[in-house]
Design a protein around this ligand. Structure first.
Ligand SMILES: Cc1ncc(COP(=O)(O)O)c(C=O)c1O
Length: 379
């Protein structure tokens, strides 16, 4: 049985254990500690923002972001449809309603023209959304400028979900720092990981202070335990922040390794009829967190599912592109503006093994597995 090749696994550097050992040696095993402040500061320097709060997950960061913006039951929040459910589930934690927006073909992220039209229409009927969650998918930034302009014109706060896009750039700057609040994830499959964790960032110090307050049970400043509002237990621990500090130091290497994976795949598979790689939009530099491609089954000879299953038989994990949220049973009652592009990307899109720790033999096995299918399928 060949060794399994997984989609995206953690890749630890040389210094994480030193930071964790320091936490043990100084007994900062408690949920607070010096690694947290240092991680927040170092992270902000890397992405180019002023303030950050380290929390237990990207989902928690999004939940806090929506709370900070004042989202309440019955409000509507626009959100990209082509994404992981965690981009939208925090909307429902607050009793608010997601409205989904389709992707463009340039970046696979939210289509700025669709958003502009939708906001113009909503303004006319007096039903503007209370916030917009813009997702930067698979290591690539959305086209932020026109989206931000549309938001600003109607004074709607923009939340950026950059969970998958740490290390990418948009016009030279990091996605996640343009909107009112941005969030990142350090889940085990992300470009760097703390095993689980997230970061909320903003240029507004009060918002980030308030995020820390809500993330630590909203405890009022009093010697006894006093609470005037409901908070959460969402802070990242000192030990995990230590892992994050080590991982930050290898972020550039991880981006380079993932881009290398992409280049090898493209070089070896790019000429096969019916295969098309996720484009890299001219406005930025993608990390290629995951290498994604679409398959035209009539030209390639096999469809996405046939390829995925054939790879699985060879112990190679590939996954369909995210199922659009407007197709998720749990969101069946929700409105979606457009939707055909995301639907097509889901039906034909596949994510290949993309970890920064893949060997050239691993890449060769994946490439060989796909090449072997060209022209032999049932389509
Ligand atoms: C686009 C996107 N948003 C949000 C999240 C949630 O992050 P976490 O798993 O850290 O809660 C993830 C990944 O897990 C994601 O891919």
């Amino acid at each position: 049985m060949p060794r399994p090749i997984l989609l995206s696994t953690p890749h630890i550097g040389d210094q994480e254990l030193e930071f964790v050992k320091e936490a043990f040696d100084t007994n900062w095993i408690a949920p607070v500690g010096p690694h947290i402040n240092a991680f927040e500061q170092e992270f902000c320097e890397v992405v180019g923002t002023r303030h950050g709060a380290a929390v237990s997950s990207g989902t928690a960061a999004l939940h806090l972001a929506l709370r900070l913006i004042g989202i309440e039951a019955g409000d509507e929040v626009f959100c990209s449809t082509l994404t992981f459910i965690a981009s939208a589930s925090p909307i429902t934690y607050l009793g608010a309603k997601p409205v989904f927006i389709d992707s463009d073909r340039v970046s696979w992220n939210m289509n700025p023209d669709l958003l502009q039209d939708a906001l113009d229409h909503r303004a006319k009927i007096g039903k503007l959304p209370k916030a917009i969650i813009l997702v930067h998918l698979y290591g690539q930034s959305a086209d932020i400028d026109p989206i931000l302009e549309a938001c600003n014109a109607y004074e709607i706060p923009l939340i950026e979900d950059a969970a998958e896009a740490l290390g990418a750039t948009y016009k030279g700057r990091s996605p996640g720092i343009f909107g009112k609040i941005g969030i990142y994830s350090f889940n085990g499959n992300k470009i760097i990981t703390t095993s689980g964790g997230g970061m909320l960032v903003s240029d507004d110090p009060d918002l980030v202070d308030q995020a820390r307050f809500l993330a630590t049970q909203a405890r009022d400043p009093a010697p006894h335990y006093q609470h005037s509002e409901i908070g959460y237990n969402y802070r990242l621990s000192n030990i995990l922040a230590g892992i994050g500090r080590g991982q930050l130091r290898v972020l550039k290497d991880r981006v380079a390794a993932r881009r290398h994976n992409f280049e090898v795949y493209q070089q070896e598979l790019g000429n096969l009829p019916g295969l098309e790689f996720m484009p890299e939009a001219a406005f930025g530099r993608a990390t290629r967190w995951l290498t994604c491609l679409t398959i035209d089954p009539t030209r390639f000879g096999s469809n996405r599912e046939e390829i995925r299953l054939a790879l699985a038989q060879q112990q190679i994990e590939a996954r369909p592109v995210w199922k659009p949220l407007h197709f998720q049973p749990v969101f069946s009652g929700c409105e979606c503006i457009g939707g055909a592009v995301a639907e097509d990307l889901f039906n034909r899109g596949l994510c290949l093994p993309s970890g920064s720790n893949l060997t050239s033999e691993d890449l060769e096995r994946v490439i060989h597995g796909i090449k072997g299918l060209w022209g032999v399928g049932s389509v």
